[in-house]
Design a protein around this ligand. Structure first.
Ligand code: PMP
Length: 354
């Protein structure tokens, strides 16, 4: 830290994203990307006339895309907020709704960015322990008297809770915002978007990074009551009105015109998830039931950190954590059948090595 850095950030520990190595080709199962390319329409859209228009700023209101998102989710445009990845949305949500006196609560094991945003914005955060087996018990969030952020399905476990649980949490915290991070909802989970008309304290956060193969394009969106959306827009327009670039806007519009393609890809991922869990079970692994495009699994022979290291040597990247509760596990993104077979082959070889 230089002597010029504000003392506000002295205790801030930045989020560490998953590795994006550039040195060699890996079977890359560490950051929950889609193994499938964007749809042909998306590729055509970003290769078209918009490239020649990069001299012009994009539409800061993102009107065309906003109207398509609204139609896709059967909500009104005033229910839609768009930003540069759902990380950008979460940052705005923490900034907008929380402060020293308006604390936030989230599970102690969840997306690692939540505590970072809390610290970044000087928010007091309460981490609520998950129950045995990474189970989120809805009643632990009733009447909390604080804002709440829940990833559903949760990360890194992949476990999901039903919409009825989310509704109870909303009902018992009427004076606080409940952010439901549905980054992984398209792989078998149940979205709570239909509740936004009934609960003006609900903000549902989604992304094009996973099910819509656009992690590199950076597009996230949030759906919620017009008041919450207005608050988020106030902050976006006080930070960077052009936070979504021209190419991403047209790519996302084209992605929404390719629903069948992405639905089919999600189906394949879910099949591959089932296949991988079953093959790992035969090898003695224990896997947490997942409704996401990743699984959280523990090896019968070695720790998560060890398995991660051995797999990396063999050209397969997965993710592990050093936290005691997570140490036995690796998180494995579900990719194509070929990628999962390559992963399983290396796992079998590692187990044979002893
Ligand atoms: N929420 C969760 C739970 C995630 O795992 C991620 C991906 N790292 C994000 C949000 C952010 O995704 P993005 O910024 O790519 O939309």
């Amino acid at each position: 830290m230089s002597r010029y850095m504000s003392s506000r950030f002295a205790d801030l520990e930045a989020y560490v994203p998953g590795e994006q190595p550039q040195d060699r080709q890996y079977v890359k199962l560490n950051t929950n990307e889609s193994p499938f390319p964007p749809s042909p329409q998306v590729i055509a859209a970003v290769s078209g006339e918009q490239v020649g228009m990069l001299n012009l700023y994009p539409d800061p209101e993102c009107r065309r895309l906003k109207s398509k998102v609204a139609a896709c989710y059967q909500v009104r445009e005033e229910n839609v907020f768009l930003a540069n990845g759902s990380d950008d949305i979460l940052n705005f949500a923490f900034m907008a709704f929380c402060d020293k006196d308006r604390p936030v609560a989230f599970p102690d094991i969840s997306y690692g960015f939540y505590p970072v945003y809390a610290r970044l914005h000087g928010i007091s955060a309460r981490e609520i322990p998950l129950r045995e087996g990474f189970v989120l018990a809805a009643e632990d969030y009733y009447d909390l008297n604080s804002n709440i952020v829940i990833a559903n399905p949760n990360a890194p476990s992949g476990r999901a809770i039903p919409v009825s649980d989310i509704e109870q949490i909303l009902r018992t915290n009427p004076d606080h915002v409940v952010v439901v991070d549905e980054a992984y909802v398209d792989f078998g989970g149940e979205s709570c978007v239909r509740l936004i008309d009934r609960y003006d304290n609900l903000l549902v956060c989604m992304t094009f990074s996973k099910s819509r193969s656009m992690a590199g394009g950076r597009l996230g969106f949030a759906l919620g009551s017009p008041g919450l959306i207005e608050d988020l827009n106030k902050l976006k327009f006080s930070t960077n009105p052009y936070n979504i670039n021209r190419l991403t806007l047209v790519a996302a519009e084209a992605a929404l015109d390719s629903q069948d393609y992405y639905r089919e890809n999600c189906r394949t991922i879910m099949e591959n998830r089932c296949y991988t869990v079953e093959e790992l079970r035969k090898l003695g692994f224990t896997t947490i039931p997942s409704l996401a495009n990743f699984i959280f699994t523990s090896c019968p022979k070695c720790s998560g950190v060890e398995l991660y290291g051995k797999l990396k040597e063999r050209g397969v990247l997965v993710r592990c954590w050093d936290k005691p509760a997570l140490r036995d596990y690796v998180r494995v993104t579900i990719g194509s059948r070929e990628q999962m077979d390559a992963f399983l082959e290396q796992v079998r070889a590692i187990l044979k090595e002893g």
